[in-house]
Write a protein that binds this ligand. Structure first.
Ligand SMILES: Cc1cc2nc3c(=O)[nH]c(=O)nc-3n(C[C@H](O)[C@H](O)[C@H](O)COP(=O)(O)OP(=O)(O)OC[C@H]3O[C@@H](n4cnc5c(N)ncnc54)[C@H](O)[C@@H]3O)c2cc1C
Length: 426
């Protein structure tokens, strides 16, 4: 009976959904052993380090990941980085197929003057900082000013804007990293703008996130009625408004109709604002936009760019336009496959990765030939390398959750690799 060994690199949603698709394809004549390799001691990818702390329901998908991990034949190799601890050449030799589920983590740049001024930062640094990603625990953001501008019209920009605009007391019961919570409590930011280059009809926000905005307890949210009316007009002129756009515009209209309460904190959306230049002597002082009405300058103290991501390169595989070069997930001429954001670029919600990974795994299965059965990767790692296997991770998870229970939170995250490794120590 053919028994294949598959390496999945990256323990984010797409990696788990790829594993699940393989598990679902097991028959009497086809079985798999799956080794999931993850550079951090913690799995779950952006479900842990991307999804906003005030959206805990979304993170419950991790229960599905843990079920997948508990299936026979699945092994976690956490704290093992491809390209550093192990090479892609080693993996392609050892395994029948290698699935790259490494995501897309570097923030895209605007390419405008002033972008490199102090306190002009990327969402790709700010988000993992507030979410306790070990690589960003020492990241510095200056929150002493009053006005922040977030550039981008997608959910990542909205998360950044909301995290800055809410009363930090609202985050006390979330799993926001302690260092970020402390900084947000001290923050002087009271006015946050989220700006999109094009009209509201092109915004990539999703309706559930927009619908949550009027529910903010201590923040007034502004979207201009004119911008929404113009978006309806432009969208209608282009033909029938599709379902997705209709719910977005409806949710934006609801924001315009929500009475403002005169809160000290505000979150304002500006559309048709194309960033032109960031001004400042030593640090950010203002941003200039070109708009249909001419140039507009907004004085501000912090600029966060949330306009998308590109993938970090990894030795042994070609990247093109910020993602792994692939055709429908297959890396031509190899036994390497790509799924998730590494395959498609940074688009789609968590669920998008499920159907996508399932399709790629069907392709992988159809390509399988004679099984290699060439041992595992343990002997390729240094003898003293601390591998975080599933049992080790479960101990880390249990310790974080227990620390959270004591403080009325879902978990308290350990934010350095040594602390994480200590937490899970047998
Ligand atoms: C800020 C933000 C908020 C989001 N919020 C939501 C939301 O609320 N709802 C929703 O549905 N979707 C949300 N998304 C989208 C969702 O997170 C993605 O669709 C999903 O995480 C993509 O999964 P992935 O597995 O491709 O990548 P990732 O989740 O990024 O996982 C990649 C994994 O690979 C690991 N890795 C990378 N390089 C290596 C290497 N060399 N060796 C070993 N391991 C490696 C990484 O550490 C990581 O664990 C959000 C995304 C962002 C950025």
């Amino acid at each position: 009976m053919p028994h294949y060994k598959i390496a999945i690199v990256g323990a984010g949603p797409s990696g788990y959904f790829a594993a699940q698709a393989l598990q679902n394809s097991v028959t009497e004549n086809l079985t798999f052993e799956i080794d999931m390799i993850e550079r951090l001691p913690t799995p779950w990818g952006l479900v842990r380090s991307g999804v906003a702390p005030d959206h805990p329901k979304i993170k419950t998908v991790a229960k599905v990941f843990e079920k997948i991990a508990a299936e026979p034949g699945f092994r976690l190799f956490g704290n093992v980085e491809l390209g550093k601890d192990i090479s892609l050449a080693d993996l392609t030799k050892k395994y029948d197929a290698v699935v790259m589920a490494t995501g897309s983590s570097i923030g895209k740049k605007l390419g405008i003057p002033g972008e490199d001024l102090a306190n002009s930062i990327s969402a790709a640094d700010f988000v993992p900082w507030y979410n306790g990603h070990p690589d960003f625990k020492d990241f510095k953001v200056d929150l002493t000013g009053k006005v922040a501008v977030v550039i981008g019209a997608g959910n990542v920009a909205m998360d950044c804007g909301r995290m800055l605009a809410v009363n930090p007391d609202e985050l006390d019961e979330t799993d926001t990293a302690d260092h970020a919570l402390e900084a947000l409590h001290k923050s002087n930011i009271r006015k946050v703008f989220i700006t999109g280059r094009r009209g509201a009809e092109f915004a990539a926000f999703t309706a559930p996130e927009l619908r949550d905005l009027p529910k903010l307890e201590h923040t007034d949210v502004y979207i201009s009625e004119t911008a929404v009316a113009l978006a309806y007009k432009n969208a209608e002129a282009n033909g029938e408004i599709d379902k997705h756009l209709a719910s977005n515009l409806e949710a934006m209209k609801a924001v315009t109709e929500t009475p403002k309460k005169g809160h000290e904190r505000s979150l304002e959306f500006l559309f048709s604002h194309t960033p032109k230049e960031i001004l400042g002597k030593d640090k950010v002082e203002a941003i200039v936009y070109s708009t249909p009405e001419g140039d507009v300058t907004i004085p501000c103290d912090l600029v966060i760019t949330g306009i998308g991501y590109v993938a970090e390169s990894i030795d042994g595989v070609n990247f093109e336009k910020g993602k792994i070069s692939n055709v429908d997930g297959r890396v031509e001429g190899s036994n390497i496959y790509a799924v998730g954001w590494a395959k498609r670029g940074p688009s789609g919600v968590i669920g998008t990765n499920k159907s996508d990974a399932a399709e790629v795994m069907q392709l992988l299965i159809s390509d399988l030939k004679e099984a290699k059965n060439d041992g595992d990767i343990t002997n390729l790692l240094k003898p003293d390398h601390k591998i975080v296997d599933q049992a080790y991770w479960v101990r880390i998870n249990d310790a974080e959750v227990a620390a959270g229970e004591a403080r009325g939170k879902p978990r308290v995250k350990a934010v350095s690799i040594p602390d994480l490794l200590r937490l899970g120590q047998p």
